[in-house]
Design a protein around this ligand. Structure first.
Ligand code: HEC
Length: 109
């Protein structure tokens, strides 16, 4: 009597764990999809340039997640990362377009 009850319990726990895992995977994929489609100024030249140049190694970060001051620093850091990885450097025009794009869409302090 006790043994079958235990088995039931184990089966329930396993079922709940895989359901939870499925829910987590769905949530993470949903967030990732959301992250990608939620870039501001979707479809404009600055948004496309940003996604193309800053979305090669990781998904492009949503500009709203950092302040303008943080973006100024991050642009500098990433140009170093790009150089170290042997990527084509940003042209002055690309740098200006991307920096303007992320700072005008930046989050507020
Ligand atoms: C050559 C690959 C590469 C390219 C191209 C690249 N990044 Fe990154 N980026 C990384 C790596 C690797 C990390 C994580 C490690 C780190 O912080 O250095 C990162 C991290 C970041 C982060 C998160 C920093 C944090 O503190 O959480 C931001 C924001 C970011 N990149 C923005 C950009 C922007 C903006 C551009 C375009 C100008 C860009 N990245 C282009 C490789 C790249």
């Amino acid at each position: 009597m006790i043994v079958p009850l235990r088995r039931d319990g184990a089966a329930h726990a396993a079922g709940a764990a895989s359901l939870l895992m499925a829910a987590l995977v769905t949530a993470v994929l949903g967030l990732a999809a959301c992250h990608r489609s939620a870039l501001p100024e979707k479809g404009t030249y600055p948004e496309r340039l940003y996604a193309a140049r800053c979305g090669q190694c990781h998904a492009p970060y949503d500009p709203r997640t950092m302040t303008a001051a943080m973006w100024q620093v991050q642009m500098h850091v990433m140009e170093g990362t790009m150089a170290a990885a042997g990527r084509r450097p940003l042209t002055p025009a690309e740098r200006k377009t991307i920096t303007d794009y992320v700072t005008r869409n930046a989050g507020r302090d």
